[in-house]
Design a protein around this ligand. Structure first.
Ligand SMILES: *Cc1c(COP(=O)(O)O)cnc(C)c1O
Length: 459
């Protein structure tokens, strides 16, 4: 077959204008924001790659479905359509809607985790880690070694190190490990996929010790596509069939529908254990709402029900994974170090490699994210020492494991020319990399400090 561009599998139906703040306005906005891009107003951003969470475009089918939203407080028709869509894909028996992923995490960990426990994961996402730690437990990352080698082309860098999992359980004792989690794809580890083979191995270790296994399933469809295209023997299966198998290997899942639910809000907690589900439902009622809406409007449940199906469409997934790889190719050809191979939803720039003159204590990834904004109004997010580092009592900083800037690609939102523009901005910044300076932290909150931290440039 002749080469053909992989095109967006949709036409544009409704447009949303972009604002073009001047370079001066961007500089003023950055100073006002304390060099924290979370503080910017959206109209101060030209291309917003802060996150792919809830920022995607919905389909005509989703918008049409929202008109069928049943706003009954209890027993809404929309809930049953939502539940059936989740069950059809996951096979999990109990489906509890939540307003987003972290609500599912909070309810699960508050129910299942106690102080002194250890929760293993390939890599905890920031809210997952914070919710584990909030229960007085330890969040332990056990991703394979290859994950730390940013230039390795290993196809499943999200895999868990099964030997370290077994060693961890033996070391702390089975009774202190209430559950094991696997994050697919591994967001904080570069959006890297987990293979079915690894999932089966982790399952068998959990069986050995009789420990429940939960999936952090936010990007289950993208993970299924990587399995289809990279794992031996999986090429002829549909993403849906692969997703079914992924869920068949776990006892439960937490999900943010703002990712592969293709919706602007929503999530769920699902599990097979009826007793655990009952406790979780009661907690849900306490803070989120009745178990047939869980903090969502009936129309949100409709949008998620349809979104979950659309996320598994092979034409969509082919385009989705290619559009991320397209940005990565541009950056790579310009000689900017990135995590390889590119993840499903984002390209991760390696700020430590690009800015070796800025020490971790001066937050090189935060400095790079700010420089991209100043240069071209492109907003990414720091995944480095601001997000995962810690300040000790004496004021010194324990750095995070790496210094990355994540450029997350919202679903079905930007076109190829937007991404070309981002590539051009990146190249301009990289050309004057040695001129960039670090940042000093001037304010931080007790947890999830990256959302509200403030900085000033180091002179
Ligand atoms: C987004 C995300 C979450 C949290 O979901 P929210 O909807 O933002 O609360 C948890 N885990 C992973 C891997 C995520 O990407």
């Amino acid at each position: 077959m002749p080469y053909r561009t992989i095109i967006e599998p949709f036409r544009i139906h409704t447009v949303e204008p972009i604002d073009f703040p001047t370079a001066e306005a961007r500089k003023a906005a950055l100073e006002r924001s304390g060099y924290n891009l979370f503080e910017l107003h959206a109209d101060e951003v030209i291309i917003d790659l802060l996150t792919d969470s809830g920022t995607g475009a919905m389909s005509t089918s989703q918008w049409a479905g929202m008109m069928r939203g049943d706003e009954s407080y209890a027993g809404s028709r929309s809930f049953y359509r939502f539940r059936d869509a989740v069950t059809a894909i996951t096979g999990l028996a109990h489906v509890i809607p939540t307003h987003q992923g972290r609500a599912a995490e909070r309810i699960l960990f508050q129910t299942a985790v106690k102080p002194g426990d250890v929760v293993p994961n390939n890599t905890h996402f920031d809210t997952t880690r914070a919710n584990v730690e909030f229960q007085g437990a330890e969040a332990r990352d056990l991703v394979i070694e290859e994950s730390h080698d940013h230039s390795s082309d290993y196809p499943f860098k999200g895999n868990m190190d099964v030997d370290r999992l077994r060693a961890t359980i033996s070391e702390v004792g089975r009774d202190r490990v209430p559950l094991v989690m696997l994050t697919v794809t591994n967001n904080s580890g570069g959006g890297q996929p987990v293979s079915l083979a690894n999932l089966r191995e982790v399952r068998s270790v959990c069986d050995e010790f009789d420990i429940p296994l939960f999936l952090d399933a936010c990007r289950f469809a993208e993970n299924a596509w990587f399995v289809k295209t990279r794992e031996e023997g999986q090429q002829d299966r549909t993403p849906r069939d692969i997703a079914r198998e992924m869920f068949s290997l776990v006892d439960g899942a937490t999900m943010s529908a703002k990712k592969d639910g293709m919706s602007n809000i929503g999530g769920f907690l699902a599990m097979n254990d009826p007793a655990l589900a009952e406790v979780c439902r009661n907690l849900l009622i306490l803070t989120e709402g009745f178990p047939t809406y869980g903090g969502l409007a009936g129309y949100d449940l409709e949008a998620v029900a349809r979104g979950l199906e659309e996320a598994l469409d092979p034409e969509y997934l082919r385009y989705r994974i290619r559009s991320t790889a397209y940005l990565a190719d541009k950056v790579d050809r310009a000689g900017i170090p990135i995590i390889k191979p590119p993840g499903g939803h984002a390209v991760y720039l390696d700020a430590a490699a690009l800015l070796p003159h800025i020490p971790a204590s001066q937050f090189p990834a935060q400095a790079l994210a700010c420089a991209l904004y100043l240069e071209g109004g492109v907003r990414g997010v720091e995944i480095g020492s601001v997000m995962f580092g810690k300040r000790l009592e004496d004021g010194s900083e324990v750095p995070g494991p790496s210094e990355l800037v994540r450029l997350a690609v919202p679903r079905r939102t930007y076109t190829q020319s937007h991404i070309d523009y981002v590539g051009e901005v990146l190249i301009s910044v990289a050309e004057r990399a040695e001129e960039l300076i670090g940042l000093r932290l001037t304010y931080q909150a007790p947890w999830l400090r990256h959302f509200t931290a403030r900085f000033e440039p180091v002179e």
